[in-house]
Design a protein around this ligand. Structure first.
Ligand code: IDP
Ligand code: MG
Length: 139
C-alpha cells in the first residue's frame, strides 16, 4: 500500500537514554514520513489494550510494568511497506542477537531483566497497525 502506516513506540529505556532523536533520525533517514508524534505516560489500561496478544505470557506483567516506568514516545510513520521496513530497522526482539546496523542491535543489550528492554516497538501487520494507531491516536 502506497500510504501504509505503522505505530512505533520509543519505550522508556529509549527515552531515558536520550535516544528519541536517534530513532526518529533512522526512520526519516530511511525515507519514511512522520505523520504524528506524542510523548505520554502510558497507563495500565492503555497498555493492556496495546499488548492484549501477550496476556498470559511470563513476561506480560513485567512488560506492562516496564512500559509504565517512564514516558514513552508514540509515532505514526508512513510509506510504502513501512510496517515491514520499520521491523527491519528495529531488528530482532532479543537485542543480544539483533543484527548490528539495526536499532536494537546497535543501541540495546541484555540487561538481565524479566522483560527484554529493546528501545522500540513496531506494529507487525496492517491489522495490528490499524488497531494500535487507534489506541495511541484516538482522534
Ligand atoms: P516485538 O517487539 O519484536 O514485536 P513481541 O514478541 O511482540 O516482540 O514482544 C513484545 C515485547 O515483549 C518485546 O519487544 C520485548 O520487550 C518483550 N518480550 C518478548 N519476548 C520476550 C521474552 O521471551 N522474554 C522477555 N521479554 C520478552
Ligand atoms: Mg510485537
Amino acid at each position: 500500500m502506497q500510504n501504509e502506516q505503522t505505530l512505533i513506540l520509543v519505550k522508556p529505556d529509549g527515552v531515558s537514554r536520550g535516544l528519541v532523536g536517534e530513532v526518529i533520525s533512522r526512520i526519516e533517514s530511511k525515507g519514511y514520513a512522520i505523520d504524528a508524534l506524542r510523548m505520554l505516560n502510558a497507563d495500565r489500561s492503555l497498555l493492556e489494550q496495546h499488548y492484549e496478544e501477550h496476556v498470559g505470557k511470563v513476561f506480560y506483567e513485567p512488560l506492562v510494568e516496564f512500559m509504565m516506568s517512564g514516558p514513552i514516545v508514540a509515532i505514526v510513520a508512513s510509506g510504502n511497506r513501512v510496517i515491514e521496513g520499520f521491523r527491519s530497522l528495529a531488528g530482532a526482539t532479543d537485542p543480544t542477537v539483533a543484527a548490528p546496523g539495526t536499532i536494537r542491535g546497535d543501541l540495546a543489550r541484555d540487561q538481565g531483566t524479566k522483560v527484554v528492554q529493546n528501545i522500540v516497538h513496531g506494529s507487525d501487520s496492517p491489522e495490528s497497525a490499524a488497531r494500535e494507531i487507534q489506541i495511541f491516536f484516538p482522534q
